[in-house]
Design a protein around this ligand. Structure first.
Ligand SMILES: Cc1cc2nc3c(=O)[nH]c(=O)nc-3n(C[C@H](O)[C@H](O)[C@H](O)COP(=O)(O)OP(=O)(O)OC[C@H]3O[C@@H](n4cnc5c(N)ncnc54)[C@H](O)[C@@H]3O)c2cc1C
Length: 199
């Protein structure tokens, strides 16, 4: 029997790749998500450290919060809130000055819009979306090349170390570096995606 489920690859497990992967899967696609990092989140990831007295310390080292203005995004965030993935941050925000060991510029004024944070950390949103049914997430797997197979009408994905990672009906690149000369500066390889457009 012919498999009628379209296979799609999403590259990047930051907020844009994770939302895209979960949305495609909810719409019946078979999604494989690739990220070169150890875990999900991209610029919304979390770092874990153990203090000298053995306590676990968690740091959100990218976006500390986000606000919502778009009604479509608001309905998505409301769903995340009902699942316990995000919550409104009701305390103050401030900056920590590591020279004086004090918090400075602590926000006191009335806020214009709700600030949301991930629960327990900012990466919880991407973590949950990357593990939704229909999404197969693969970490520590950097994409080195997207190859268009004219005869098969499919994309072939190749890892940074040259390994073959599968054929896909569609691909989504969620990080602009995938088509940028910056990729060469980081990896010494050509960008995975050229700027030639296939129609
Ligand atoms: C310090 C800091 C503070 C911020 N503060 C705020 C804030 O207060 N509010 C706010 O709204 N935003 C804030 N931002 C911005 C916000 O974090 C980003 O806009 C958002 O997280 C970007 O998400 P993204 O999915 O587009 O990209 P990213 O999160 O960058 O995700 C891209 C992913 O693609 C992966 N990837 C790239 N190339 C490859 C490859 N070849 N193969 C496999 N995987 C690959 C990367 O590993 C990464 O995980 C902040 C960012 C930083 C760094």
């Amino acid at each position: 029997m012919q498999n009628t489920v379209a296979k799609v690859a999403v590259v990047g497990s930051g907020i844009s790749g994770s939302v895209c992967a979960a949305t495609l899967a909810r719409n019946g696609m078979s999604v494989t998500l690739f990220d070169s990092a150890r875990g999900p989140g991209g610029r919304m990831s979390q770092r874990r450290e153990i203090s000298e007295d053995g306590r676990e310390l968690l740091f959100d080292h990218g976006a500390p919060y986000f606000t919502v203005t778009n009604p479509d995004v608001f309905s998505v965030v409301t769903e995340w809130e009902s699942r316990g993935l995000v919550a409104e941050w009701k305390s103050n925000f401030g900056s920590f000055d590591c020279f004086t060991n004090k918090f400075v510029n602590t926000e006191q004024q009335e806020r214009e819009s709700k600030k949301y944070v991930g629960v327990p950390g900012m990466n919880s949103i991407c973590k949950a979306l990357c593990h939704e049914p229909g999404v197969d997430s693969k970490f520590n797997m950097g994409i080195g090349k997207f190859e268009w197979l004219e005869r098969e009408n499919l994309w072939s994905l190749i890892g940074l170390d040259g390994q073959h990672l599968g054929h896909f009906k569609g691909v989504v690149a969620s990080d602009k570096n995938i088509a940028s000369p910056r990729f060469t500066a980081i990896t010494g390889q050509l960008p995975p995606l050229g700027m030639k457009v296939y129609v």
